[in-house]
Design a protein around this ligand. Structure first.
Ligand code: AMP
Ligand code: TRP
Length: 327
């Protein structure tokens, strides 16, 4: 069987450069080597409160962002999670395999629960069981994600192994693919935090749909470190973060970049970085806008049909092994 990839993003907030550089970009690069499934995970989004009209619009927008990034529906399967009911059904089964203690140890849960303070939904706790279901339904080999998803991937592997041990070999045990550069793009306003869709400070992230003026303004306001020379240096996380973004956008090596900025200061770095981001994002945004509603719904419908056929077969095996046979 061809090796498979599965990955997804939540249709909450605006996708940003961190999402692109940490995840989407690698999906595009890997799609020709693997049979690929890219999902808009709307059922994950409702683990925290969402405005219904906003969620519906974002679900389609994220699918457009996948296509505009270069995910080719002729070779990859793009679909919306809620269109394939098997995700919710396998998630229930895995909720009965995962231990509460494992879920409570997830750092993403702890962080998000802290932000919610009260009214933390049970879904926020069991989120990783749904994510494991997404991945395991497709007998996935590789899951390209940013660094923040590493712990969820490890839990997915544990659940696959536990199920296989208890009920017989059923799931392929997936590996995470986390890029060496870009796996953790930090916030522009605070290099100790990751660039995040949900942070209330818009200036911390470059949204994939930001216009040129906004991009320039946000880079100009980006926090820098003490010192003046522009080079990669772990002791200077803010400048190193900006340089990593520059590296990924331009495809230059760190040596070329340091030579380019030798004798120049932070203002030059920020200006050149804005130029590079605009040069990338303007045509990207044109591609987003060029996808018609009809084309999008056809792609998502066909994607869901393809995904469903595979997911249904895995779920059938799971139920049979567990003795869930119905009337
Ligand atoms: P999410 O926005 O949580 O739905 O994430 C979608 C994908 O983007 C996941 O693979 C994340 O790991 C990745 N991602 C999110 N934020 C960042 C970031 N700041 N840097 C790198 N990758 C990220
Ligand atoms: N939890 C992931 C995130 O927030 C999104 C996601 C849901 C996902 N299901 C997945 C990523 C399956 C990879 C594979 O980024």
């Amino acid at each position: 069987m061809a090796k498979r990839i599965f990955s997804g993003a939540q249709p909450t907030g605006n996708l940003h450069l961190g999402n692109y550089l940490g995840a989407l970009r690698n999906w595009v690069a890997l799609q020709h080597e693997y049979e690929s499934f890219f999902c808009v995970v709307d059922l994950h989004a409702i683990t925290i409160p969402q405005d219904p009209a906003g969620l519906a619009a974002k679900t389609h927008e994220v699918a457009r962002l996948y296509l505009a990034a270069g995910i080719d529906p002729a070779v990859s399967t793009i679909f919306v999670q809620s269109d394939v009911k098997e995700h919710a059904e396998l998630a229930w089964v895995l909720n009965c395999v995962v231990r509460i203690g494992e879920l409570e140890r997830m750092t993403q849960f702890k962080d998000k629960a802290k932000k919610q303070r009260e009214n933390v939904s049970a879904g926020l706790l069991t989120y990783p069981a749904l994510m494991a279901a997404d991945i395991l339904l497709y007998q996935t080999d590789l899951v390209p994600v940013g660094q923040d998803q590493k712990q969820h991937l490890e839990l997915t592997r544990d659940l696959a192994e536990r199920f296989n041990r208890d009920f017989g070999e059923t799931f392929r045990v997936p590996n995470a693919f986390i890029p060496k550069v870009g796996a953790k793009i930090q916030a522009l306003d605070d290099p100790s935090k990751k660039m995040s869709k949900s942070d209330e400070n818009e200036n911390g992230r470059i949204s994939l749909m930001d216009d040129a003026d906004t991009i320039r303004r946000k880079f100009k306001r980006a926090v820098t470190d003490s010192g003046a020379d522009v080079r990669f240096d772990a002791a200077r996380p803010a400048v190193t973060n900006l340089l990593s973004i520059y590296q990924l956008l331009t495809g230059q090596t760190p040596e070329q970049i340091e030579a380019h900025f030798a004798g120049k200061g932070y203002a030059q770095l920020k200006g050149d970085l804005a130029d590079a981001a605009i040069a990338f994002l303007q045509p990207y945004q044109e591609r987003v806008r060029s996808i018609s509603d009809e084309e999008l719904s056809r792609i998502l419908r066909e994607g869901a049909d393809k995904a469903r056929a595979i997911a249904a077969e895995t779920l059938r095996q799971v139920k049979e092994r567990m003795g869930i046979v119905g009337a």
